[in-house]
Every structure is written in structure tokens, then in C-alpha cells.
Design a binder for this molecule. Structure first.
Ligand SMILES: Nc1ncnc2c1ncn2[C@@H]1O[C@H](COP(=O)(O)OP(=O)(O)OP(=O)(O)O)[C@@H](O)[C@H]1O
Length: 299
């Protein structure tokens, strides 16, 4: 396994307020990691620390298996604030300035403009760009020196639906080229659509770190009813693949602990003498899992 980043017990306090509370996780090469959490959960503070922009209170991290220094930061491209370019200069001119600062070759400019879909607009002034185009130009700028990792803080904030789709498709395209991506987002569907891995933060605490699929891989539940609800409830509770049974309106909600087809469940209940009059399988969404995690933390 190829670790790009390893964070160990990272904490940031502002006075008596703990913005990031003892979080640990690692990032493996070639994946897209989503730092997911509501506003104020500590995402930007975490990114600020691992980019050496915010001093941590405690904890440590390693980039590419080394203690962080300016050399490791050269291997990372990051956009953590709104893009800043010269408004009266063209996209190309702006990227030339960034390339000079980053000591990147000017030959990279067209390649990155092509990648972000702005090659035909390279002579246009930055001030005439839409918000989405500005964001894509910022991504091109961050990629000029071919970083191994790209860090984005709320990359689709403020964009219209078309702009959001373009940025998400771009992130997937960049990841397909082998760049590891870490993005902070408060949008569940963004993380679900774009990321392979997710780190869930709430009130500075890490609630989950792992693959999106795994977080999503709950086997779901069934909503079921029968003429004799008491017998149904008792029987459901005895079945080995059901962990919990609760009442939901006039029906029962049973949580599955393994993959089960509704037809199979129907058959098993029938074998126990129960004829169901309603049986629907429900797949838990990432959203459900997320709120469940937050609810568990608050309980
Ligand atoms: N310099 C600071 N001084 C005091 N408190 C701060 C400072 N920076 C951040 N905070 C607080 O730390 C908490 C975490 O903020 P952070 O910006 O990391 O959250 P976030 O998850 O990125 O949310 P958002 O998407 O709203 O930026 C917030 O309650 C914020 O008010």
C-alpha cells in the first residue's frame, strides 16, 4: 500500500474551543478522499494544518512518509481559498505568472487548459470568466507542476448546476490520471458521486474513515406487515439475519445484517406461518448513514 498522507492524533484549539479533536486517518495513493462534514466541523482547519498554513495544537502528520517540509509541499497542489488571478490578464497570461512562481514549464499551460476545458478561452480575460470557469482555471493553475496530490476545499461552492457537473467530472478525470485527491465538502451527494473514500467530521471529531462503498454497504432494511403483527415481530426477532426491529407507522422496520432478497425473506416468513401483506426493501443511503453517525455522537 502506498501512503500519501498519514495523520496522527491531530488537534487544533482556538483558545478554549477545539476545532479539530484528535483525528487520525491516512490517504492512499490514487484515491479520491472526501472530508465530509457540516459547516464548522473542522474540515478547512484540518486542510490548513496539513498544508502548513495553520499551526496544530497537537498531533503530527507525514506526507509521502516524510515529516512535512517545503519539499513535500511542492508535490501538492491546493486550492483552499477562492481563486485569485489578475482580472485584466488572459487565462494564459495568468497561468504564465503562476508557472513562473512554481518554476513549471510554460509548455504545461496548454496541456492543463485543455484538461480543464478552457483551451478555446485562453486569450479571454479572467474578469470575463464565469465562476465555474474561474474555478477550473484555478485547478489548471494548481496542476501546472504535475502535483501528486490535489487538495480542494468546497470545490463546487456557489456554482450553478452545470458548473457543478463540470467540476465533478473534472475531478474524476484528474483522479483517473493517477492524481490523489483530497476534497472538503459539506455535500453528501458530492462525496458519494466523486469520492472513493470518506472521512466524516462533526464538531471537530472524526466519526468514520473508510471507503464510501463500505459506509454505504449496510444491507438495508425491510418494511413489513402482516395480519398478526405480534407474531410477525416475534418471528423477525428470531431470524439470524435481522439485528433490530422497530415500529414504523403501522408496519415494522427490520434492519438486515446480510444481503437478503425480499422474495427469500417472504419465503422464510411463510415457512414460519406468516403471510405478509406488505414487504419492501430499503437501502440505506449515505445520507442516512451520515445522519446516523451524527445522531450516535449526540446521544
Ligand atoms: N482562527 C479561528 N479562530 C477561532 N475559531 C476558528 C478559527 N478558524 C476556525 N475556527 C472555528 O473552528 C471551527 C471549524 O472551522 P472550519 O472552518 O475548519 O470548519 P469547516 O468544516 O471547514 O466549515 P466551513 O465549511 O463552514 O468552513 C468553526 O467553529 C470555526 O468557527
Amino acid at each position: 500500500m502506498n501512503k500519501v498522507l498519514e495523520i496522527h492524533q491531530l488537534t487544533k484549539r482556538f483558545g478554549s474551543f477545539t476545532a479539530v479533536n484528535n483525528i487520525s486517518f491516512s490517504v492512499e495513493k490514487g484515491n479520491v478522499y472526501g472530508l465530509l462534514g457540516p459547516n464548522g466541523s473542522g474540515k478547512s482547519t484540518t486542510l490548513g494544518m496539513i498544508l502548513n498554513a495553520i499551526n496544530p495544537t497537537a498531533g503530527s502528520w507525514k506526507w509521502f512518509d516524510q515529516n512535512p517540509d517545503n519539499n513535500s509541499l511542492k508535490r501538492i497542489g491546493a486550492i483552499i481559498e477562492s481563486p485569485k488571478f489578475y482580472p485584466y490578464l488572459s487565462a494564459q497570461k495568468n497561468l504564465e505568472i503562476v508557472a513562473d512562481i512554481k518554476e513549471a514549464s510554460h509548455t504545461k499551460i496548454d496541456e492543463k487548459l485543455e484538461l480543464v476545458g478552457l483551451i478555446s478561452r485562453k486569450k479571454d480575460k479572467f474578469q470575463h470568466f464565469s465562476l465555474g470557469m474561474k474555478q477550473r482555471l484555478a485547478i489548471a493553475a494548481a496542476l501546472l507542476n504535475d502535483p501528486e496530490v490535489l487538495i480542494l476545499d468546497e470545490p463546487t461552492n456557489g456554482l450553478d448546476p452545470q458548473g457543478i457537473i463540470q467540476i465533478r467530472e473534472l475531478i474524476i478525470k484528474i483522479a483517473e490520471q493517477g492524481t490523489t485527491i483530497i476534497l472538503a465538502s459539506h455535500l453528501l451527494d458530492e462525496v458519494e458521486k466523486v469520492c472513493s473514500h470518506v472521512v466524516v467530521l462533526n464538531q471537530g471529531k472524526m466519526l468514520y474513515a473508510g471507503s464510501v462503498d463500505q459506509m454505504n454497504s449496510s444491507f438495508g432494511s425491510i418494511v413489513v406487515s402482516a395480519a398478526n403483527m405480534e407474531t410477525l415481530e416475534y418471528t423477525l426477532k428470531t431470524l439470524p439475519f435481522i439485528s433490530k426491529v422497530t415500529h414504523e407507522n403501522s408496519k415494522l422496520l427490520a434492519v438486515l445484517t446480510e444481503e437478503k432478497d425480499p422474495a427469500d425473506i417472504n419465503k422464510i416468513l411463510f415457512e414460519h406461518g406468516i403471510v405478509v401483506n406488505h414487504l419492501v426493501k430499503r437501502k440505506e443511503s449515505l445520507e442516512h448513514q451520515f445522519f446516523q453517525l451524527i445522531q450516535n455522537q449526540n446521544n
